[in-house]
Design a binder for this molecule. Sequence first.
Ligand SMILES: [Zn+2]
Length: 91
Amino acid sequence: MPHRTRSKRRRYGYAHQVARKNWTRLLPLPCTVCGREVTAAMRWDLDHNDAGTGYLGPAHRGCNRSKGARKGNRMRGKRAKRREPLRRLEL
Ligand SMILES: [Zn+2]
């Protein structure tokens, strides 16, 4: 029986809730994705770094989701637009 889908909701635990509350008090702040203002009245997500060790700040919900989608696309296929000539300079 597919009861396990419910557990997805618990992915963010108590610590995350507290962190979010603390960030709420600091609003308005610039969105970590688009740089425009995030206010408490908006729907926003608390953006965290890729390593999952800390928080970057608030991001508009739409921004945060599209960022995640981009990341998913990058991992899904290497055929997605390759216009990164700068990479070669790093080698
Ligand atoms: Zn934004």
